[in-house]
Design a protein around this ligand. Structure first.
Ligand code: XIL
Length: 342
């Protein structure tokens, strides 16, 4: 059977979460196994899920996901060790005050080494740090509890800890809008700093939460070339093409937006002309990925099908989005055929 994974030379994945045996239908499990050769754990490997209370790790869901991966020979990707969202507050506090650098680093070390050692040799690579770069202005890193407690060096420190926990594990930096010139420049600086001061970094993940009619192809191509020039592999880690209105580019999960007038695409059946435009956008993207296939090691969709996409709830809750290659019944959309034609 033709599949995305067999059609391209790089890995092609989706996201999965929860217990695949219970929370997914037969059709969904079949779609995952038929079309993809890897998946990223969408939420269960984030620090808030893994260690909600200091010292109390919950590996139940990731263990189930790993069993599913092993049963079906899918590769599993770890997302993410250090991120300012979905991160427990205890990490940064001690006795009602902000903890000092040493304390936070020691806790990070415990977290990173416990988690990485558990999945040593099982997960194929980790997003070590997610979304550290600031969106606008001149400052390189976004202000967060990490910069406040550990300081500007927290990214390098995280990579050092990750490498010490598992020297064999491929390590990635992951972020959104880092194809755009401004953020790209800051990212290159950060990547060079990691390469200089930390023992290992293998790849950079461009998230790829793009919008219909607004996929920045030229910027993406420039980014692929510039990141590859650093000696890193490039991954598109969270691909989707939003067909609904979004006020702001990027994927800042704390962004919210007010509901606007009802949009044509915000209904169970997406209008065919929109599906056609989306197919064209996806085809253009995959032509670009093919052109640079020697530099790209993986393309992952952020969700399995439209019904499983986070864009149904961000930046407005309860919309009906159509961002992926398969519809809510696991059927291929025009975008799937377009991609398979590349
Ligand atoms: C999203 C998940 O898909 C949602 O289920 C969750 O509620 C919020 O996080 N960038 C990232 C991902 O790196 O971890 C985010 O995932 C989407 C944006």
């Amino acid at each position: 059977m033709a599949s995305l994974a067999s059609h391209f030379p790089f890995l092609v994945g989706c996201t999965i979460d929860g217990d695949p045996a219970k929370n997914y239908s037969d059709a969904e499990r079949k779609l995952t196994v038929d079309q993809f050769n890897c998946f990223t754990v969408e939420n269960s490997l984030k620090s808030q899920s893994l260690q909600p209370i200091e010292g109390q790790f919950d590996f139940a869901r990731p263990d189930k996901l790993l069993a599913f991966a092993e049963e079906h020979k899918l590769k599993m990707i770890g997302h993410c060790l250090v991120w300012h969202h979905q991160c427990p507050d205890w990490l940064f506090h001690r006795g009602g005050e902000l903890a000092d650098c040493e304390t936070v680093l020691a806790r990070l070390n415990t977290h990173i080494s416990t988690v990485m050692k558990r999945y040593k040799g099982k997960i194929i690579g980790w997003d070590v740090v997610n979304e550290a770069i600031s969106d606008g202005g001149d400052q390189q890193l976004r202000r967060s509890k990490f910069t406040e407690t550990v300081g500007e060096n927290f990214v390098v420190e995280a990579f050092k800890l990750a490498h010490a926990a598992d020297p064999d594990m491929p390590l990635y930096y992951n972020d959104y809008s880092i194809e755009q010139p401004g953020k790209r420049k800051k990212t290159i600086e950060l990547l060079k700093q990691i390469q200089k001061d930390a023992p290992r970094i293998d790849a950079v993940g461009i998230q790829g939460h793009w919008m219909l009619g607004g996929v920045p192809l030229a910027a993406i191509e420039a980014a692929i070339l510039e990141y590859a020039k650093l000696g890193l592999k490039v991954m598109i880690t969270e691909l989707d093409i939003d067909v609904l209105r979004r006020d702001k580019e990027g994927a800042d999960v704390s962004a919210t937006q007010n509901a606007t007038t009802r949009e044509a695409a915000n209904q169970l059946v997406c209008p065919p002309e929109i599906l056609k435009r989306q197919a064209d956008d996806y085809a253009a993207l995959f032509r670009l990925f093919r052109k640079h296939q020697d530099k790209i090691s993986r393309v992952t969709f952020w969700g399995l099908h439209d019904g499983r996409s986070w864009l149904n709830n961000w930046p407005i809750k309860g919309r009906i989005n159509h961002a992926l290659l398969f519809d809510r019944n696991c059927q291929p959309k025009p975008a799937y055929d377009a991609v398979m034609g590349v």
